[in-house]
Design a protein around this ligand. Structure first.
Ligand code: MN
Length: 294
């Protein structure tokens, strides 16, 4: 576990019992754990960490240390954060090539500050470097960042899960997707969509994800009807939110005022403008809004 397993401020009795239960349940599995910027190790959380069972091996400081597993010829290296804004990025290591060497480190490699780290980490002869910190998964040479187990906001798009790694002979790394809900953002243009088609569209979506729907276009569905559909859908979905940027456009009403002198004058001027498309869009939007008000 490469850090930020916890949010320090959110550690309470419930979290403590939950995690201790999980550790106990898998007491035949050795768990190696470093701490990141969100759960940095210091005196304050030491009471909790010290209650971890024997199968959990913890790296409690920001110097490079290792645990040796003789029976599988492996050394697990790791270093933790001990404060929120500062990590140790410079370290020296001499690896024994007779061991499989694995390294747990909690860093981002893509910011300028870590350029040194990115350049040097991959040159170290580790068989596998398990990175934490960035939610999205990526890989750079022998450095693997499987990302978080589950997404936590609409910024977290894509696949989430963990790496199943086998180091026998050659490195084999398999990404396993965890079955947590996904955060999905959809841009939906509802121009010319009927009310039935609108509802049908949402019936086809997996109701067990988190959705943010951004609606645009000239709606044929009245706002008040749209809003009641939103409420109806919100009861059916695990989570769905709507950002409604659409405009209601009542064609019959527009036709009925087409012969209005002022209306024709405005259209004539738009027709002559260099910025015709933008003006038509703006005009229809305003007309739509005024019909809404009525
Ligand atoms: Mn982090």
């Amino acid at each position: 576990m490469s850090g930020d397993t916890f949010e320090r401020e959110d550690i309470n009795l419930y979290t403590e019992n939950k995690i201790l239960d999980i550790f106990d349940k898998y007491d035949d599995i050795k768990i190696f754990m470093i701490f990141g910027n969100h759960d940095y190790y210091d005196e304050t959380i030491s009471r909790f960490v010290n209650s971890f069972p024997k199968n959990v091996y913890v790296f409690k400081n920001n110097n490079l240390n290792f645990y040796e597993l003789k029976n599988i010829n492996t050394r697990i290296y790791g270093m933790s954060w001990t404060e929120k804004f500062n990590s140790n990025k410079k370290f020296k290591v001499e690896l024994d090539p007779n061991f499989y060497n694995v390294f747990l480190i909690h860093e981002d490699l893509d910011n300028n500050e870590n350029f040194y780290l990115k350049n040097n980490l991959s040159k170290l002869q580790f068989d596998y470097i398990a990175l934490g910190h960035i939610h999205k998964k990526f890989q750079f040479k022998n450095i693997f960042n499987p990302g978080s187990l589950s997404p936590s906001s609409f910024k977290d798009t894509g696949e989430y899960g963990f790496n199943y790694v086998n180091l026998d002979n050659a490195l084999k790394c398999e990404f396993i997707r965890s079955n947590n809900p996904s955060f999905i953002q959809i841009n939906y243009d509802i121009s010319n969509i009927s009310k039935d088609d609108f509802i049908m569209y949402f019936n086809k979506l997996d109701k067990n994800n988190f959705y943010r729907i951004i609606i645009s276009g000239y709606s044929k569905i009245k706002k008040i009807e749209l809003e009641s559909i939103f409420l109806h859908l919100q009861e059916k979905f695990l989570y769905i939110e709507f950002i409604d940027n659409s405009y209601f456009w009542d064609i019959e009403k527009i036709n009925s005022i087409k012969n209005n002198l002022l209306f024709r004058e405005i259209l004539k001027n738009i027709e002559l403008s260099d910025n015709k498309d933008k003006l038509i869009e703006l005009f229809l939007e305003k007309i739509g809004e005024s019909f809404e008000d009525n």
